[in-house]
Design a protein around this ligand. Sequence first.
Ligand SMILES: [Zn+2]
Length: 94
Amino acid sequence: MEQLGAHDPAEASNLNFGKRIGDGTTYAVERMTVAYQARTLYETVREIDSALLRLREGTYGRCTSCGNPIPAARLELVPWAALCVPCSAPARRA
Ligand SMILES: [Zn+2]
């Protein structure tokens, strides 16, 4: 009885502790990943919306910063690109 009393709660608390930490960590990582993906997705959707607007205005394919044409290769890679390569470089660093 004393053996059971000493053994069981320790085992139970270890299991609970381990399980809680594991679940909590997985949950936190999941939440952060989802939040990051949602943010990236939201930004991409906003960029696509803006590209569609430029398409309607007839300014699509031109850098919104310097007005130079965005190379076709860049538009093939990122069709919603708003900036040419030189203009997007400092923005990415900031
Ligand atoms: Zn530019």
